[in-house]
Design a binder for this molecule. Structure first.
Ligand code: NAG
Ligand code: NAG
Ligand code: NAG
Ligand code: NAG
Ligand code: NAG
Length: 445
């Protein structure tokens, strides 16, 4: 039975070639050869007044790249062009039912459709074949990696939606020769593109709109615009960019808890500021310099940067104020120690005021009685004993007074030491700190 079947196959195989069943028979019938200029040189119409209607179909396979900095959009598209060749027709019944034939692309005339936005020639070679059918319809399919320009609006980056146009038109033919029309409407184009979409990593394909700009007269051209709408996946930018900056801001806020004494707070803040600067540099690499409107994210960045800068300046101011205060208290301490010293000495060696004259001058200054000892000196040098006695009494009185004053002063000083009452400037600094912190928090919120 099997041999019978094979024999039958062989028999039919043997019979068919005589009945015009090969593709070459079709070509022979059409007199279509590589050198037949009837087909490849001119537009295939029998009357030149009749335009060739070219219908176009575009599908988006992938969004390969979007380079905001260079305003470049690189999609991978599949285009199909169909038109009618008036010289081609045959009856499929005469040719074993052959209704379509594939041919090398160069044997037939092909409309010179181009894409306005394309900036680089497609590196992939064009499809080597086209298909003709028995009614004379010719179809060319092409896969293209298009490097096209696209004006991007990055104001809302990274929450932006971009529209990129692909405008198809003829290079030299006007509407008199070529009429362009889309074979799919926006709904179909979107749906089909969604079906065939292979990769879309950063950008999410939303939809594709088809707009026809019909020529108003015969000397202008038909243009079909495919507008590809896509949305950026912003999650990665949020995770890698917006949140870290916010974290740095929180760190900066938290640094208010670090004590103002010592340079730790200052260096910490500077470090955080530098970290934000690094992120800003990254941002600079992504965003195009051509945008005339400052993107929101840049405002966000510079705002946070300014806040941190302000807080750094505030820290410097507070530290300066505290320095002032600690200097004053150090002076106080030194004065206090010196006056104690003076008193001891005054008690013990009061009688050799002669030698101690200098010491007294210093000590006296503290109590604002500089004049007396300085006048005293030359007098003692004179050696007038009566005067010395008088002075002695006066000095004794003064020393009593001084002792009393010292007592009250030491009491006061010990008091301040126990409570650690901050100085004036420290209080000012703390107030500044508090006010600034509240301001900072409100601004951040
Ligand atoms: C093949 O087709 C040509 C042209 O149509 C015709 O002249 C010829 O008779 C056909 N031959 C056969 C065997 O059918
Ligand atoms: C894209 O084409 C549409 C429809 O013609 C037009 O309104 C829009 O301005 C074009 N966009 C760009 C960036 O050229
Ligand atoms: C698009 O074409 C399909 C048929 O191809 C039709 O069902 C649909 O209504 C059309 N949509 C619009 C908006 O014209
Ligand atoms: C395409 O998507 C954008 C954004 O979602 C929307 O504004 C526009 O109306 C959509 N166009 C069509 C034809 O659905
Ligand atoms: C452009 O012309 C085609 C036919 O060639 C027609 O179907 C289409 O509606 C026209 N579009 C506009 C916007 O006039």
């Amino acid at each position: 039975m099997l041999t019978g079947f094979i024999f039958l196959l062989f028999l039919t195989d043997g019979v068919l070639p005589e009945n015009n069943c090969s593709y070459q028979d079709v070509l022979n019938h059409l007199q279509l050869t590589k050198t037949n200029e009837l087909y490849s040189m001119t537009r295939p119409v029998k009357n030149h007044k009749r335009p060739t209607r070219v219908s176009l179909e575009v599908l988006l396979y992938a969004i390969l790249d979007v380079v905001e900095k260079d305003q470049k959009f690189i999609p991978y598209v599949w285009t199909v062009m169909r038109w009618h060749n008036e010289y081609i027709s045959w009856d499929p019944n005469q040719f074993c039912g052959i209704d379509s034939v594939s041919l090398p692309a160069e044997v037939l005339w092909i409309p010179d459709i181009t894409i306005e936005e394309m900036t680089e020639k497609d590196k992939a070679p064009p499809s080597p074949y086209l298909t003709i059918n028995d009614k004379g319809d010719v179809e060319v399919q092409n896969n293209q990696v298009l490097v096209s320009t696209c004006r991007m609006h990055i104001y809302k980056f990274p929450f932006d939606i971009q529209n990129c146009n692909l405008s198809f038109k003829s290079i030299i033919h006007t509407a008199k020769d070529i009429r362009l029309q889309p074979s799919d409407n926006s709904t179909d184009a979107t749906e089909w593109s969604r079906d065939v979409m292979r990769t879309q990593y950063e950008w999410l394909f939303l939809n594709m709109t088809v707009t026809t700009n019909n020529a108003s007269d015969l000397i202008s051209q038909d243009i079909i615009i495919y507008t590809i709408t896509m949305k950026r996946r912003s999650l990665l930018y949020i995770v890698n960019f917006l949140v870290p900056i916010l974290f740095f801001l929180c760190l900066d806020l938290a640094s208010f808890l670090i004590s103002d004494n010592g340079g730790e707070k200052l260096s910490f803040k500077v470090t955080v500021l530098l970290a934000v600067t690094v992120l800003q540099l990254i941002l600079n690499e992504i965003l195009p310099a051509s945008s005339n409107r400052i993107p929101l994210i840049a405002v966000y960045c510079i705002g946070i940067f300014a806040l941190m800068l302000l807080s750094l300046l505030e820290t410097i101011l507070v530290m300066h104020l505290m320095e002032k205060d600690s200097q004053a208290s150090q002076d106080n301490k030194a004065d206090n120690g010196r006056s104690k010293d003076c008193n001891k000495r005054g008690k013990a060696n009061f009688h050799d005021s002669h030698q101690e004259g200098n010491e007294w001058t210093q000590c006296g200054c503290i109590y604002d009685v500089c004049e007396t000892p300085s006048e005293l000196l030359p007098v003692t040098k004179e050696g007038n004993s009566r005067k010395v006695m008088e002075e002695y009494h006066a000095l004794e009185k003064l020393s009593d007074e001084l002792r009393e004053m010292q007592k009250t002063l030491s009491l006061l000083l010990s008091n301040t030491k126990e409570v650690a009452k901050p100085g004036y400037w420290t209080r000012v600094a703390n107030k500044v700190n508090k006010v600034f912190f509240i301001f900072y928090l409100t601004v951040v919120v």
